[in-house]
Design a protein. Structure first.
Length: 104
């Protein structure tokens, strides 16, 4: 069964992050939400408003995500997110779909 919302070419394809595969699997659902907001170029205050968090919490999530992905500093995390925006969105969609089916 193919993942909803994905083209037939995308459904069987997992984005290639060979060096980050394990680290991406370690991200919590909330960290994924923050990371996706970062890929959308939202500011910390915009992320806080969208996810009903404080800006301090968003900063903490950014730090934890960066630490898990071995990306030091907010700039490197944002640069990574912008560079891999399509792949990260696809990973997130597939992850959500798998979780809804009881797997991952």
């Amino acid at each position: 069964m193919k993942s909803p919302g994905l083209s037939p070419n995308q459904a069987g394809k997992i984005p290639d992050f060979p060096c980050l595969y394990d680290q991406l699997l370690e991200l919590t659902s909330r960290e994924w939400e923050v990371l996706i907001c970062i890929t959308d170029d939202l500011t910390s205050s915009e992320i806080a408003e969208k996810l009903s968090l404080t800006e301090k919490s968003v900063g903490n999530y950014r730090t934890r995500i960066g630490h898990k992905l071995n990306l030091n500093g907010v700039y490197n995390l944002a640069r990574f997110a912008r560079k891999h925006v399509a792949e990260l969105h696809l990973w997130h969609e597939r992850r959500c779909w798998r979780l809804s089916k009881g797997g991952l």
